[in-house]
Structures are given as C-alpha cells and as structure tokens.
Design a protein around this ligand. Structure first.
Ligand SMILES: N[C@@H](CCC(=O)N[C@@H](CS)C(=O)NCC(=O)O)C(=O)O
Length: 135
C-alpha cells in the first residue's frame, strides 16, 4: 500500500494516523507540495486529476480523498468491525461524522502539530508531548 503524502497536510495526517491505528504497513511517497507544487505536475495529475493529496494506492485501487480512504481502510482492514461497523445506522453515523469533520472543525489540522507522523495516542490515551521547535 502506498500513500502519496505531504507531512504538513491535515488531510494526509488523518490517513497516516488511521493507518497507524490499524497497524498497517505502508510506503510513503512524499510529494513536494510546497514549494515544488508537484501535485499540479503531469505525473501526479495522472494519479489524481484534481491535483490534491492524499492519494492511497492499494494494489489496483486508487483512492483520492481522505474521507474515502478512511472508510475504505476501515471496511477492508478493520477485522474488529469497530471503526465502520457492518450496520446501516452505525455506518450512517460514522459517515456523518467523517463528512462533518471534513467540512468544519478539521481534526487532522488540529491534531497534526501535536503528532506530525500520525502515531496517535500513547498507552495512556494521550497525545505525545509537544516538542518545541528550535528557535
Ligand atoms: N477532499 C480532499 C481535499 C484534500 C485537499 O484539499 N488537499 C490539499 C492538501 S491538505 C490539496 O491537495 N490542495 C491542493 C489543491 O486543492 O489544489 C480530501 O479531503 O482529501
């Protein structure tokens, strides 16, 4: 599985975080979003004509939207059936939550500075400590 990724993207962060929560191995394909704008160049546009990150490639499947990727990963790889339960009402609620957070309070954007790699919560359910940037 390969994630076309930009470290400062909240949308990519959400996907990195969930891949790690599910314990999935994946390859990162870093895209020079800024200053290179590689996401608007022909090679990347062939993968995603919208010129947007993230993109997940899993075998023959190419997915081009963070929310779609999250629901795919849950459907395909969450054997515990916890994240996207096989139940219409539960799925409706999950999809609603994913859609709302995408449009409004973007969890990815809020959490990324605290957890840039998408490692997630520690064993106490807490985010890793904030590492102060060098002046
Ligand atoms: N609907 C997409 C939007 C992703 C998105 O806006 N990605 C930004 C990076 S965080 C991007 O690629 N922006 C470039 C553009 O929209 O032209 C998703 O949620 O994955």
């Amino acid at each position: 599985m390969k994630l076309y990724d930009y470290i400062l993207s909240g949308s990519c962060y959400k996907v990195r975080l969930f891949l790690n929560i599910l314990g999935l191995e994946y390859d990162k394909a870093p895209v020079d979003f800024y200053p290179g704008k590689d996401h608007k160049k022909p090679d990347f546009l062939a993968l995603n004509p919208l010129g947007q990150l993230p993109v997940l490639v899993d075998g023959e499947l190419i997915l081009r939207d963070a929310q779609s990727i999250l629901l795919y990963l849950a459907s395909r790889y969450d054997d515990s059936n916890t994240w996207f339960p096989d139940n219409a009402a539960a799925r409706g609620r999950v999809q609603n939550g994913v859609a709302v957070q995408c449009r409004g309070g973007n969890v990815g954007v809020a959490a990324r500075p605290l957890d840039p790699e998408g490692i997630g919560l520690d064993s106490k359910g807490e985010l890793p400590p904030i590492v102060e940037a060098e002046p």
